[in-house]
Design a protein around this ligand. Structure first.
Ligand SMILES: Nc1nc2c(c(=O)[nH]1)N[C@H]1C(S)=C(S)[C@@H](COP(=O)(O)O)O[C@H]1N2
Ligand SMILES: [Mo]
Length: 460
């Protein structure tokens, strides 16, 4: 193996760009790499000459990297919180079974009532806002992705594999996330499953990448103060000195844009995306700006003009199902009670201002009136409560039922709502009755409720 080992200077180590590719081999792996190096695939040929922007270098890559290092963990953590809010302990989070990736179960709180509105809002809005930064960072390292031969050592091969998972992972998460918020449910649940497992793969690659690059990032950021760089116009833009990672072009061309220009472009695109997204979290006129999120826009006017995810027609709910013949069935420990809407309206009514927050990102704050869920539990004599299972008139449908935790039933603002903003619910908003619970994901605010089964603590 070491037949021709000489001084380090004569024989640059693995990863060095000056490694002579055709050097006589002293072992099969070595010869293998040399062969690979001599036969690059079409895309990798002449890479050094093609990517000539003088902007590429450790500093620019590190600026984008720093933004992502702060932002992406926030997207990941709020994503996990959203998953936990779905109640995985009841088998109703997606994916249902995550094996050893199972997170410690805990009861999602009902306070503050805007908790889920914030976690899902941050997840979707920050995720979308970071897309231009991800693309900017990929642009800054793109020649590296075509590096040939693919690796010069086992360590480097592992590093490049982690890059494949990193780049592939983030693009996959962006794609599945965007498709989900645009066409939710069209493709069933595979999106959620893919998005969940993809997130873990990406985070594993991210941790590896940060461990390998953090020092270089900090060094690069210290090499030129951001503020000073922001004063440099295009004509004064020079390439960075050659770096060990080879980010700086071997033969840089003239600058077509300054570094501040590149940052402004990416930052401007991010702000634009944020501006076209954030409206879906705001009520009133601002909703009209949610151009990218059709589901989050205001579909109508008046007290019931707020967004609807699944209409009564789409759910197969007709006037015959919800008219005078409609009954609510309550169950607990083998006991049963049946009420019509008039009986519910005769019970004590409670009003609460609560959000509906859909995991796809939109949310809206409305004023709901109805019967407290805990009063319904008492009516049917439910004792020490473990959970409540709510069923809809909807026959199939992925959200035709939901399980609520005890704290979600017992909260004084948790309602079987009959009215919203002072008027009866409309068919699309769940008439005759729907669940509304503080901080509960919108998906579990079941509409067209037909039955609630209160379960004791033991069989929860
Ligand atoms: N029966 C039933 N209830 C349902 C759904 C459904 O498809 N069927 N969709 C849920 C989802 S995903 C959301 S976000 C909210 C939307 O509430 P809204 O349409 O009243 O605004 O209702 C929830 N309740
Ligand atoms: Mo939803």
């Amino acid at each position: 193996m070491s037949a021709d080992r000489t001084s380090p200077a004569d024989h640059p180590g693995p990863g060095s760009r000056t490694d002579p590719p055709g050097r006589p081999a002293y072992g099969f792996p070595r010869r293998g790499w040399a062969l690979l190096a001599e036969h690059p695939p079409p895309g990798a040929r002449g890479v050094d000459g093609r990517w000539r922007s003088p902007l590429r270098g450790p500093w620019l890559t590190s600026v984008y990297g720093l933004v992502l290092l702060v932002g992406l963990p926030l997207v990941f953590l709020t994503g996990l919180l959203d998953y936990l809010a779905y109640g995985p302990q009841f088998g109703q989070a997606f994916p249902r079974d995550v094996g050893w990736l199972r997170l410690p179960p805990f009861d999602w709180p009902t306070r503050p009532s805007w908790l889920f509105r914030v976690t899902q809002g941050l997840h979707v809005t920050v995720g979308i806002t970071l897309i231009p930064v991800v693309l900017g960072k990929l642009w800054s390292v793109i020649p590296k992705l075509f590096d040939w031969p693919p690796a010069r050592s086992v360590a480097q091969l592992l590093e490049r594999l982690s890059l494949l998972l990193l780049v592939g992972g983030i693009l996959f998460e962006i794609a599945t996330g965007l498709l989900d918020i645009q066409y939710a449910y069209l493709f069933g649940f595979d999106f959620y499953t893919a998005h969940y497992f993809g997130a873990w793969v990406f985070v594993a690659a991210l941790v590896t990448h940060v461990a390998l690059k953090l020092r270089r990032m900090l060094t690069a950021l210290r090499s030129r103060p951001v503020r000073a760089e922001l004063t440099v116009p295009r004509d004064a833009t020079r390439p960075e000195p050659p770096d060990p990672d080879g980010l700086v072009a071997a033969r840089p061309g003239p600058a077509t844009v300054s570094r501040r220009g590149a940052l402004a472009l990416v930052g401007g695109l991010s702000l634009l995306l944020a501006g076209l997204t954030v409206g879906q979290t705001l009520d009133g006129r601002w909703r009209r700006t949610a151009l990218l999120l059709p589901r989050g826009r205001q579909p109508g006017t008046g007290p019931t003009g707020f967004p609807v995810n699944r209409t009564a027609a789409a759910a197969g709910i007709g006037a015959a199902d919800t008219g005078a013949g409609w009954r609510l069935t309550l169950r607990a420990d083998g006991r049963q009670a049946t009420l019509d809407r008039a009986a519910l309206l005769a019970m004590p009514q409670h009003t609460a201002r609560l959000p509906i927050a859909c995991v796809e990102g939109w949310s809206t704050l409305q004023t709901w009136t109805g019967v407290r869920l805990r009063d319904l539990a008492a009516l049917v004599g439910a004792g020490a409560l473990g959970s409540a299972h709510v069923r809809s008139l909807e026959k199939a449908g992925l959200f035709a039922q939901a399980t609520l935790q005890a704290n979600q039933v017992l909260d004084p603002d948790s309602l079987l709502a009959l009215r919203v903003n002072g008027v009866d619910l409309t068919p699309d908003h769940g008439f005759p009755a729907r669940v509304i619970v503080p901080a509960l994901p919108g998906v579990h605010c079941t509409k067209w409720v037909s039955e609630i089964e209160f379960r004791g603590r033991t069989d929860a």
